[in-house]
Design a protein around this ligand. Sequence first.
Ligand code: CP
Length: 340
Amino acid sequence: MSTIVREGLGRPGGTLRAMPDATRHLLQLEGMSPATMRALLVRAQAFMQPGEKGKPLAGKTVATVFFEDSTRTRTSFVLAAKRLGAEAVDLSGSGTSLSKGETLDDTARTIEAMGVDAIVVRVKQAGGPHLIARAVKCSVLNAGDGKHEHPTQGLLDVLAMARAKGRAETFDLTGLTVAIVGDVNASRVARSDVIAMTALGAEVVLVGPPAQAPRSLGALGAKVERDLDAVLGRADAVQMLRVQFERHGGKGIASRREYRAGYALTTARAKRMRPDAVVMHPGPMNRGMEIDDAVADGDGIELPRSIVLDQVSCGVAVRMAVLERLLVGGPGDGPGDGLE
Ligand code: CP
């Protein structure tokens, strides 16, 4: 397992210490075995089926603490915890004493002292969840840390794609090509996607302009290409990414028009995709920027199928599987078998 937290190919903050215990926390997909990924995905796929799920987390409390905005991740963690019988408390909207100068680890220890079994956290700083995991005894789940990783998003993207491509029994993605397009370098989603998808056998091609998809990203185990039109025709799935102006101010993007010309999944472009390919987007989408309305919604007989909302549904199931496994062990496991 890696002993560092990586942000892109650099090292955030310069302070790198041993990774906290992966049997208690979900901090990143880097270092997780394909067998563990598959076990989580199989369990999440079972949670996608109708029927009683039981209350394996009865008596447990899960706290969500988001220091960056979220619709999908925060809500789906709350729903996942509740559907398994846990109590869920969301501290995101109420503000925390960080604004009064309290440190992140003091805030986490304070939340834990109230009897919380798991803290789900989203922070701007890469490595923030790792810092918290070293400070507390309860489980810590990374819901997105800066540009580093978004591990449950990586798993849910695999689940949605595998279901769409008929791979949801084995989660063997061998022979599938996935294009991840746009602002790759700023994207924690892309990083977790590449790790999960390549670990399970897919070929991943990162496509974007030089500032958003530098060649150095090839070190993640993916190819880096500039010409979206050359890649589209061979992709089984195309994951579009939002341009994260809030992180880099649009550096390297001459104009919205030029970006769209090169890297948007327009209706005309989508018609050139393979008929059995699927369109993905982790959300939130900037309609009219990186993706056209009709493509996002899968409207039109000549357009590939959009699984954007399936990704959202899969998010609840993946978060149920992760919470269950960390807090009480998955089926056939004992508590503490964790996510290595
Ligand atoms: N995909 C994703 O992380 O969405 P939210 O920011 O809405 O959680």
